[in-house]
Design a binder for this molecule. Structure first.
Ligand code: GTP
Ligand code: MG
Length: 344
């Protein structure tokens, strides 16, 4: 019910994987957008954030969805796969409650796939593997947007065999890295095994299954942890510092815990040292819209974690991407300044 979801934190789902394996395309399919087309050379160069409400997820999952889902939605973080962006991948990984590791099923594990797994292991982040581009398997007969199992059942035997072989290659690679895994429909205990969901970001096949597994992991996470309950002062990370026409310097940030309001005093890590400022405005991308490319925002007076937000405040030209952000009070701001100095 509405009251149940009211104080639950939106889980942050980081999408990781090797360059060109289809991370942004997957999110485009979920959102119904074409962000890939807006990227220079279709290469992601920044961390993106998109809130996908539960309603969107339910619409894609149809009757596969359990009735008892209580989270408000998922905040997806898109990360670059290009090898040059290790820092951004770690930053994304550090923020994540859950992750989707996207692997091109025709290419298998590549260097940044392994790098991503190491980041996920470091932060103990539960993840699901999206074995993408199944439509490229020779002979695959697509049925757009249908659940994987349904599409799979209708394939000729040699196509089924090819999917099985490719899936078990991924199982082998995961095993080498210390993870037990299997195709998701053969897993009973997702806390002990990593699920592999064959998908196509192009045809939409398998995306209902992927979202189901994610929601399942999120709910499990929710049972296990009270971290999902939104309380206290906002805590976040600066993704980008941008000068916006008519607005001056702004920051794009992810608020991963607590609440932030217009008028709040915030402490931000700066180029030389942390500084305090006061929130003048909070601009939120609309649901299913990506903060990096969106031009229209909703002005809000307060927001709760997790959320991507563009913040307007004086002095933001001194802010630094990747640095921490915290809501403080007039009384504790000196302490918070010192704490953030220590974190940097
Ligand atoms: P980086 O952000 O640069 O790491 O790449 P990415 O992982 O976000 O990959 P992106 O979504 O940009 O896709 C790379 C290319 O693969 C594009 O040309 C997509 O159209 C194509 N692609 C992605 N998913 C699929 C798929 O499921 N099937 C097919 N056939 N092509 C796909
Ligand atoms: Mg991308």
């Amino acid at each position: 019910t509405a009251t149940e979801t009211k104080n639950l934190r939106t889980p942050i789902v980081c999408v990781m994987g090797h360059v060109d394996h289809g991370k942004t395309s997957l999110l485009d399919k979920i959102r119904g957008t074409t962000v890939v087309d807006k990227e220079a050379g279709a290469i992601t160069q920044h961390i993106g954030a998109t809130e996908v409400p539960l309603g969107t997820i339910k619409a894609m999952c149809g009757n596969m969805m359990a009735a008892s889902v209580v989270i408000p939605g998922l905040l997806f973080i898109d990360t670059p796969g290009h090898h040059a962006f290790t820092t951004l991948r770690s930053r994304g990984g550090a923020l994540a409650d859950l992750a989707v590791l996207v692997v091109d099923i025709t290419e298998g594990f590549q260097p940044q796939t392994i790098e991503a797994i190491k980041i996920l292991r470091q932060f103990k982040t539960p993840f699901v593997v999206a074995a993408n581009k199944i439509d490229k398997i020779q002979g695959w007969a697509p049925s757009p947007n249908s659940p994987f199992i349904k599409s799979f059942t209708g394939q000729p035997d040699y196509v089924k065999a090819a999917i099985e072989t490719k899936t078990y290659e991924l199982v082998g690679k995961l095993s080498d890295l210390g993870f037990s895994s299997d195709r998701y429909d053969r897993i009973r205990d997702f806390t002990r095994n990593v699920g592999i969901v064959p998908i196509s970001a192009k045809t939409g096949e398998g995306i209902p299954d992927l979202l189901m597994v994610l929601i399942g992991l999120a709910q499990k996470f929710l049972e296990d942890s009270l971290r999902m309950t939104v309380t206290g002062p906002g805590v976040g990370t600066v993704l980008e510092v941008k000068e916006e026409r008519g607005l001056g310097f702004t920051i794009d940030a992810i608020i991963y815990d607590g609440v932030i309001k217009v008028g709040d005093t915030i402490v931000i890590g700066g180029k030389e040292k942390p500084f305090t400022t006061k929130v003048r405005a909070l601009l939120k991308p609309k649901p299913n819209r990506e903060i990096r490319v969106e031009e229209r925002f909703d002005r809000v007076s307060r927001l709760t974690a997790a959320a991507g937000v563009k913040i307007l405040a004086p002095g933001l030209e001194n802010a630094m991407a990747g640095s921490p952000l915290r809501v403080a009070t007039e009384e504790n701001k000196e302490t918070v300044l010192k704490e953030i100095e220590g974190e940097m």
